[in-house]
Design a binder for this molecule. Structure first.
Ligand SMILES: [Mg+2]
Length: 185
C-alpha cells in the first residue's frame, strides 16, 4: 500500500508570516499599529495604512526567507511524519516569493525534497489525505473534497474553529495525524 499523503501549509502553519508582515507594517507606519487580533480575514486592505499595498505588505523582498519557525516542535514533528507518510508542503505562494520559500525550506526542513514542495493556490486539486492549514478556504475546500483536516487556530479563522479539529502547537501533531488517519480505516 502506498503511503498516505499529509499536506502541510507554510504561512502561519509552519512559519509565522502575519506577525512578521505586521512588524514591518508597524515599523513603516508608526501612527497605525496593527495587532494580530485585528486580522480577522486575509483581506487586510481595510485595516492597513492607506498608503500600504498588497505588494508592500506581502511582497517585501526577503520577507519569506526570514520567517520564524512556528514553534520548537515543528521540525521534529514533521520529521516524524515523514517516516510514515508522504509529507508534502503546499503553499499558495506569490510567484516572486517561491525562491525565498524554497530557501526557507532548505534552511529549516532540509529533509523535505524538492518534489514534495508544491506551489498551489487551489490546494483542493491535490490528492492528499489530510491537510494541516490555517486558511479557512483551504480547510473548507479540503473537507468538501472528503479529506481530513487540522486547522491551526488564528484570528482569521475564528468563525470556523468550532467546526474543525484544532491544534495550536506542533507538540503531538504526528500522533494526532496518526489517530485521524487510522480512524479512517
Ligand atoms: Mg497559511
Amino acid at each position: 500500500m502506498s503511503k498516505k499523503i499529509v499536506a502541510i501549509d507554510m504561512d502561519d502553519t509552519i512559519c509565522h508570516l502575519i506577525p512578521k508582515a505586521l512588524y514591518y507594517h508597524n515599523a513603516q507606519y508608526p501612527s497605525l499599529q496593527l495587532m494580530m487580533e485585528q486580522v480577522t480575514s486575509f483581506d487586510l486592505s481595510s485595516i492597513w495604512h492607506p498608503e500600504c499595498t498588497e505588494e508592500a505588505f506581502f511582497g517585501r523582498p526577503g520577507l519569506y526567507e526570514e520567517l520564524d519557525i512556528f514553534d520548537e516542535y515543528t521540525v521534529e514533528e514533521i520529521r516524524k511524519m515523514t517516516a510514515k507518510y508522504d509529507v508534502i508542503v503546499i503553499t499558495a505562494a506569490r510567484p516572486a516569493s517561491v525562491p525565498e520559500k524554497w530557501n526557507w525550506m532548505q534552511t529549516h526542513l532540509p529533509f523535505i525534497p524538492y518534489e514534495n514542495f508544491f506551489v498551489a493556490r487551489r490546494k483542493y486539486l491535490v490528492g492528499f489525505d489530510l491537510l494541516i492549514d490555517d486558511g479557512p478556504h483551504n480547510v473548507t475546500a479540503a473537507r468538501e473534497a472528503g479529506k481530513k483536516t487540522i486547522l491551526i487556530p488564528r484570528p482569521w479563522n475564528a468563525h470556523i474553529q468550532h467546526q474543525y479539529q484544532l491544534k495550536n502547537t506542533w507538540q503531538g501533531m504526528s500522533d494526532l495525524v496518526d489517530q485521524m488517519l487510522e480512524a479512517e480505516e
